[in-house]
Design a protein around this ligand. Structure first.
Ligand code: THU
Length: 129
C-alpha cells in the first residue's frame, strides 16, 4: 500500500477527531509490515495533558492488537480545511522510535501535495534503552 492509499485513510480517521479545545483536527493511518492499517485521531481532554495525538492513538491501537512491526504512517491535520503539513510532535516521534526502524516512512499531506520523510530524518540520534 502506498501513500496514495494511506493518505485518504488518514483523512477518514480525522473525521473522528475529538478536539473541542484546540479545534485542530488530526488523523493518522498506520501501515503494518503485514499490510494492515490502524487509524487514529487526536483525543483531547479538559485537563489538557491527557490529550493523545492521532499518531499515538494509531500506534497504541495497533500495539494493543499485538502488532509490533510497521512500515509507514500518513498524518493529516489542521483547523477546518487542511492547509499545512502536520509533522508529528516530538513525543510521537519518540513513540515511533520504540517500534520502528530509521527507514519507517512518514507521509504528510497539506491538502494539495504530499511529502515523505523517514523517521531517521525526523528524529536523528533518537534515544533507545
Ligand atoms: N496533534 C496531533 O494529534 N498530532 C500532531 O502531530 C500534532 C498535534 C494534536 C494534539 C492536540 O489535540 C492538537 O493537535 C493541537 O496541538
Amino acid at each position: 500500500m502506498d501513500k496514495n492509499e494511506l493518505i485518504p485513510l488518514a483523512l477518514e480517521a480525522r473525521e473522528n477527531s475529538y478536539s473541542p479545545y484546540s479545534s485542530f483536527r488530526v488523523g493518522a493511518a498506520l501501515l503494518t509490515k503485514g499490510g494492515k492499517v490502524y487509524k487514529g485521531c487526536n483525543i483531547e481532554n479538559g485537563a489538557f495533558s491527557p490529550t493523545n495525538c492521532a499518531e499515538r492513538t494509531a500506534f497504541f491501537s495497533a500495539i494493543a492488537e499485538g502488532e509490533r512491526e510497521f512500515s509507514a504512517i500518513a498524518v493529516v491535520g489542521g483547523k477546518d480545511e487542511i492547509k499545512n503539513f502536520c509533522p508529528p510532535c516530538g513525543v510521537c516521534r519518540q513513540v515511533m522510535s520504540e517500534f520502528c526502524d530509521e527507514d519507517f516512512k512518514i507521509h504528510l499531506y497539506n491538502g494539495e501535495e504530499a511529502k515523505t520523510y523517514t523517521l531517521g530524518e525526523l528524529l536523528p540520534e533518537g534515544f533507545n534503552l
